[in-house]
Structure formats: C-alpha cells, structure tokens
Write a protein that binds this ligand. Structure first.
Ligand SMILES: C[S@@+](CC[C@H](N)C(=O)[O-])C[C@H]1O[C@@H](n2cnc3c(N)ncnc32)[C@H](O)[C@@H]1O
Length: 272
C-alpha cells in the first residue's frame, strides 16, 4: 500500500532538510565553521596512537572544561591537542606539570595562549600548578610516570582539587600499575563513577602494553550533569524540562508515533 499524503509530505520535507544540511556541511570548512583545529590531533608531537589523539580532542570538545591540569607534558603534544579543542570551544585553560620542562616544544601560539607550563613533579608540586587556576579542576589528564605508586600518588593529590562532575583521564591505561591504582581509587571512594576503558588501542610492540584511555567521573548524577551543561553553555535551563527532554512526548506531538498498548508504534504503520 502506498504512503499517506501526510507521510509523503513529511518525507519530502525530510529530503529537503537533508539536501540543505548536506550543502551546509560542505560549506562549513570554507566558512571557517568546522572544528578547524581537529588537525592538531595528527600534527602534534606525542607518542599517542591515532585513536587516542582523536579521542582526547573529541573528549575536550565535548566536556568543555574550563580548568584543566595535565600531569606529564613532555614535548607538549597532548597539550597542543587539548588546547586546540579548548580554542574551538572558546573556553578553557590548561596547566601542565612536568619536571623535565626542557623537552617542551610548544609555543604560546601553538597552545592558543591557553597553556601554562609549571616545572615540578607530582604529587609534591601539584599545589604549585593549581596556583595558576582560580578554582577546582573539571578535567585532569594523568600521563606521567606509569608505575602503580606514582599513579596512585597522582590520584591521591588530585582528588581534593577535582570539582563535582569533573573528569580524570589516564593515558597508557593498559599498564597494569595504572589499572591497579585506578581500581583502588574507585574502590576507596563512593563518589567516583568509573567510566572504564574508553579506547581499545593497546600497543604490544614495546616491552610493556601501553596506549589506551580510562576515564573517571567525580559524581554519578546525570541529572546534575544535564543541568550543569546548560549553565556551561550559557543557556537557561528549561523551566519545563519534561517538555524539552522527553522525546516520547515530542514524538507524539509531531505525529511520529502514537501510544499503543504499553508502548508506542510508528504512525506510518497504519499507512503501510
Ligand atoms: C608520556 S610523557 C607525557 C606525554 C604527553 N602527555 C603527550 O602525550 O604529549 C611522560 C612525562 O611525564 C613526566 N613525568 C614523570 N614523572 C612525573 C611526575 N612525578 N610529575 C609530573 N610529570 C612527570 C616526564 O618527564 C615525561 O615528560
């Protein structure tokens, strides 16, 4: 059976919307509207594999941290990627802590004026690094000495500096020591959500299996995170959240689905 008139009209509108969208997507880079600095993921000097480079750029874009700390900066590769994402976000400042600052290779321009390098060692100099921030961290990147004891000490010193809803990301999380330190930290606190391994990229070409990210969140309240996201974007939280967040009701209102028994069914079903 053919489609109903209303369904055909909806389908035509969808098709037109898709075409306009496709033209827009093609023009975005030319108009400078694309996430232009995503290339920093591939152009920055770091030992991270490609998936991890892309992941950390995307994570920073998505989480939009304002205050971030990197423990272990080396040549500044990850600092370039993180600050590129911050620049694309239009917000964020990264402080890097490393005892071997002579290795650092990123100019102020390459880090978009969003990076401060502090010479020092975690855990003892984390306070010195934090003096460059005016509040708690919403993002910490731990990529320093990959032993159990060092990573456990990094976590211990970071904990009081983390804001509720903040995230801690570890690199080289395939190292057993890092895994053990993270497991222990999660088990010792009831306010940490373990988001687990978030990339599957172990390197087995070296004497130890490295690469890979693991992510922890301080707190587990998704509702709070939803509210805070509006605030971070400078958008008023909807005064009728049910209406804005509940796609079920919206889908009924625009005639996409209708209630049927315990659930919903596509409106199209009656026409097909
Ligand atoms: C794997 S490299 C960091 C790479 C960098 N995050 C990137 O991807 O471009 C590790 C760095 O951690 C530094 N490091 C070692 N122990 C540290 C500590 N206790 N505190 C801070 N940095 C440390 C080393 O000097 C080295 O530069």
């Amino acid at each position: 059976m053919g489609l109903g008139i209303k369904t055909k009209a909806v389908s035509l509108m969808e098709s037109a919307r898709w075409r306009v969208g496709a033209i827009g997507q093609k023009l975005r880079p030319a108009l400078g509207l694309a996430g232009a600095r995503v290339n920093a993921s591939f152009q920055s000097p770091t030992d991270m594999c490609d998936t991890d480079r892309i992941y950390i750029y995307a994570l920073v874009r998505g989480l939009r941290p304002k205050r971030a700390l990197e423990i272990g900066t080396r040549w500044g590769g990850s600092a370039r990627i993180i600050t590129a994402a911050m620049q694309d976000n239009g917000v964020g400042k990264l402080v890097g802590l490393d005892p071997a600052t002579g290795s650092f290779r990123a100019s102020n321009r390459a880090t978009h004026g969003r990076f401060t390098l502090v010479e020092g060692r975690s855990p003892e100099d984390v306070g010195k690094a934090m003096a460059h921030h005016d509040g708690l961290l919403d993002f910490a990147f731990v990529d320093a000495l990959h032993t159990y004891h060092s990573c456990a000490a990094d976590l211990h010193v970071l904990a009081p500096h983390m804001a509720p809803g903040g995230h801690i990301l570890f690199h080289d999380a395939f190292h057993p020591g890092i895994r053990a330190a993270a497991d222990e930290f999660v088990a010792s606190r009831d306010d940490v959500t373990d988001l687990g391994m978030v990339t599957r990229s172990p390197s087995v070409n070296t004497p130890v299996c490295n690469q890979g990210f693991r992510l922890l969140r301080i707190g587990d309240n998704t509702d709070e995170m939803v509210r805070e996201s509006y605030q971070r974007m400078g958008v008023a939280y909807p005064d009728r959240p049910e209406r804005y967040h509940n796609f079920d009701k919206f889908a009924i209102r625009i005639g996409l689905v209708e209630e049927s028994g315990d659930g919903y069914r596509w409106k199209d079903e009656e026409n097909s």
